[in-house]
Design a protein around this ligand. Structure first.
Ligand SMILES: [Zn+2]
Length: 263
């Protein structure tokens, strides 16, 4: 299995990070994809990837809630890093729009997203997208790029059936990232997936340290919990956990062509 979205370079894991990676491998989660969020997560993320070659792979991007006052200097540095011919990044991410806590910088978030979407096209990398309380603005912003974007993930998808349908139809090379929310008792996501989303358009993710699946809900999440999400998907689609692992791994490898490992 591939955890396509995990932030285990964060300080929440400082005390036991190598044990967290070991538990993931033990649980059958052989590949961990790390989205960058800010200037100060960049080096810790690279350090973690250097410590676990062939297991941890970095992405590079600026998260919409981590925009500095003037993001252009940081975005310039990221663009230069992606332009290097031997760079290690498997995707541009995570990028997007988040109007949940603060919608005062929506225009700046849109500008940063457009710039990073252009990188995905120019450097032929998948785009890993965060969207919160921003579905319409996100679709309107990305639609002009849809034909040229090589692919990507709508990470932590939690929208309506209509939103799922719209994303899958308008972004045919994109898939939905599904994690712990799927297991929450009152989640409407199982019904949405079952009726609107083929299993072939789903990849697994934890978003650790956030959104731990039941029965760990409310605690720190970690990649070793990913099989709980796969188990729930197996119930929803009426297939075995092994089939969920196989289908989602195949999909993830096609979304991330630079992943040269078998997961
Ligand atoms: Zn994330």
């Amino acid at each position: 299995m591939i955890d396509t979205h995990t932030h285990i370079y964060g300080e929440e894991f400082d005390a036991d990070r190598s044990a967290v990676v070991a538990r993931a491998l033990e649980a059958g989660v052989k590949t961990l994809l790390l989205p960058n969020i800010a200037a100060d997560s960049w080096q810790p993320m690279l350090d973690l990837c250097a410590a676990h070659p062939g297991v941890c792979f970095p992405m590079l991007g600026l998260h919409p809630t981590d925009l500095p006052d003037n993001p252009s200097e940081l975005l310039d540095r990221m663009e230069q890093a992606l332009a290097a011919p031997d760079h290690p990044y498997v995707a541009v991410g995570e990028v997007g729009i988040d109007l949940y806590w603060d919608d005062s910088r929506a225009a700046e978030q849109v500008e940063a997203l457009k710039r990073q979407a252009e990188w995905a096209i120019r450097f032929d990398l998948p785009l890993v997208i965060h969207s919160r309380s921003a579905h319409r603005l996100l679709v309107d912003t990305l639609l002009p790029y849809a034909d040229r974007l090589p692919g990507g993930i709508f990470h932590c998808f939690g929208g309506t059936p209509e939103e799922a349908e719209e994303l899958l139809a308008r972004f045919p090379r994109f898939v939905l990232g599904i994690g712990g929310v799927l297991t929450f008792k009152k989640s409407t996501l199982p019904e949405t997936l079952k009726t609107k989303v083929p299993l072939s358009r789903i990849v697994l993710e934890t978003d650790a340290p956030y959104l731990a699946p039941t029965p760990h809900r409310g605690k720190r999440n970690e990649p070793a919990y990913l099989p709980l999400v796969a188990q729930k998907l197996a119930e929803i689609y009426g297939v075995t956990v092994a089939e969920v692992a196989e289908v989602t791994t195949t999909t993830a490898l096609s979304v991330f062509p630079r992943l040269s490992v078998r997961a």
